[in-house]
Design a protein around this ligand. Sequence first.
Ligand code: PHE
Length: 462
Amino acid sequence: MNSDRGSFASQLGVILASAGSAVGLGNIWRFPTEVGQGGGAAFILIYMAFIFLFAMPVMLSEFVIGRSARRNAIGAFQQLSPGKPWIMAGIMGVLGGFLVLSFYSVVAGWTLNYTIQSAAGQLQGLQTMDNGQQTTDFAQVFNAFVSDPWKPIVYLAAFLLLTHLVVARGIQHGIEHYSKLMMPMLLVIIVLLVGFSLTMPGAKDGIRFLLKPNLNAVTSDVVLSAMGQAFFSLSVGIGCLITYSSYFSKETRLVKSAMNVCIIDTMVAVLSGFIIFPTVFSVGIAPDAGPGLVFITLPNVFLLTFSKMPLVGYAFSLLFYVLLLLAALTSSISMHEICTAFISEHFSKSRRTAATIVTVVCLVLGSFCSLSFGPWQDVTIFGHGIFGLFDFTVTTFLMPLGGLLMTLFVGWYLDRRLVEQQLTNDGALSVRLMRPLLFLIRWVAPIGILVIFFNEIIGIFI
Ligand code: PHE
């Protein structure tokens, strides 16, 4: 059945592609920002609990759905529950795929720009602004860049094109091949950067901030954003992993793969904290700088390092932005694939045609997001700019709701035997944790998500 859909060739490919989807801007850009604003270690502990109690069960549910149906995110529900409203979960997923790829690629485009600038040595010295003025004020440089009507869109297009080229080549030659190439590079760069960062003078304060919980900073908002962050970081709830697992082989061990991906993703997030906070503290900048952290705060750190140790400063900044770019690319590929797989299967289009449609649609939507930092700054919908609206719709709404539906689907609707067959590879594996896992999927994850989600929705509308 569906044997021409393509599949991953090896278990390593499965882990690296799925971990590639998980590890992204969410880990290196969003996580440290949230840790900075959410009380350091206190946030990290809550986040980890959510990863293993809520997000991991959703991931397993997606794996069960994807591998048993071997279809795209919408087709999978049509196959497993024909004519039933469960298909809504798939529709929300594909819609979410378009939205997330659009706003994500804007930030990835900024990253591409910063990578090129640091390679050219521009981040270490004076920058030329649009008006010809020279400055080292990185906040000004960043704001001038993102509010430009054209430049960020050019970088957005370039980044989408890179994503497109990988996805268009298919599962084994595209996604698997490039994940196997990029993920090891990414891990090596992280280790190098942690090494750099820990040797910075004053690094101790940053480490203390990361390891000492500040319980006062933990509000109910922080708890909500920890859940949003856990879902976003593991790419769960919008059918991305239904799509990827539809290319897993019969032998792929679902529980083991899910555990590995969760561990790699959490490790990378925490290590990014160890890269960013010691460096930020070593130059005495506040850690709660918000989304500008990696584009404004860090260039200041690089500049200072550069003035003392030019080679280290140069290598540090270049490696950091290459890391961010690789992480963004392995994730954007997986978002693109949700939509490409659906269009290609549902409308019987070739992979290339489907991928082109997705790229063009996301270029248009992404341009809107990009313009919302500049000429369209004043356009707000429900109190959000366009970029903010996309981000909010996906992370606060579609992901938790999708995750809830998927755990309910697998925990309560699907035949229990089918679920156990998937988790044990038709009885070949004895999964010791079967009972606790099913308990997480049936009870803990749905109830937890429901409570937090409704709290949030009530908070928004009251
Ligand atoms: N998990 C990715 C990150 O951390 C983002 C992502 C979300 C990827 C949804 C795919 C689907 O950056």
